[in-house]
Design a protein around this ligand. Structure first.
Ligand SMILES: Nc1ncnc2c1ncn2[C@@H]1O[C@H](COP(=O)(O)OP(=O)(O)OC[C@H]2O[C@H](OP(=O)(O)O)[C@H](O)[C@@H]2O)[C@@H](O)[C@H]1O
Length: 179
């Protein structure tokens, strides 16, 4: 690995979905299988096939096992957009039953590491990965101030056991927010 195994986050104003092919678009998910509100609803509208894969993944497992993990969904033929969808499971449930901010932050670190390991594995298989884009996860319906999640992600360390030597992971994560 040429860099230190830490991520640099750049915050931008713009449309998350207006990304080049093979970009990874990351958002925070509950473990119940619902993309019904916030940006998750837009993901469901743009990528219905990815929603079905996410939902089936949740149905196969218990929320307690999924929290702190991630699911990387490869580009599907739907909507014509060739984007990877990165689901980070940061709260077991949603709405009034969502986890506390402290629990959400505790799940965010291992979930992001799990996702990046999956991205690295995809690259090791010869798949092309473009930009890593993210919404300001946890900061809307999950009610965790963005700066707190951002700090957790910037402190992550990926070692050689996470990223194979010959893989050059993109170490910049760009967030896109409408305002
Ligand atoms: N249409 C849109 N286009 C662009 N940006 C949009 C947007 N809508 C919101 N944002 C921004 O995107 C960031 C994250 O805010 P969100 O509230 O989405 O997500 P979150 O990570 O706090 O929470 C996750 C739970 O929200 C969902 O809703 P359900 O539980 O299904 O109802 C999930 O399924 C999870 O459970 C904030 O910066 C919002 O300004």
């Amino acid at each position: 690995m040429s860099s230190q195994g830490t991520f640099r986050i750049t915050d931008k104003v713009g449309d998350l979905f207006d990304a080049p092919p093979n970009s990874v678009l990351i958002h925070a998910c509950n473990c119940i299988g619902s993309w019904s509100g916030g940006i998750a609803r837009a993901f469901r509208d743009h990528y219905p096939d990815a929603y079905r894969i996410y939902n089936a993944h949740c149905k196969r497992s218990l929320p307690e096992r999924l929290a702190g993990t991630a699911l990387l969904i490869a580009p599907r033929p739907d909507a014509g957009k060739q984007h990877y969808i990165g689901c980070v499971f940061t709260s077991k449930r949603f709405g009034r039953a969502k986890d506390t901010p402290a629990m959400i932050l505790r799940s965010t670190a291992p979930a992001m590491l799990d996702l990046m390991r999956q991205v690295a594995a995809e690259m090791e298989n010869g798949e092309e990965i473009g930009e890593i884009r993210m919404c300001r996860i946890n900061s809307g319906l999950f009610s965790v101030p963005w700066q707190q999640s951002k700090r957790v992600i910037e402190r992550l360390q990926l070692g050689e056991e996470d990223v194979p030597k010959d893989v050059e992971l993109p170490w910049e994560i760009v967030t896109y927010n409408p305002e």
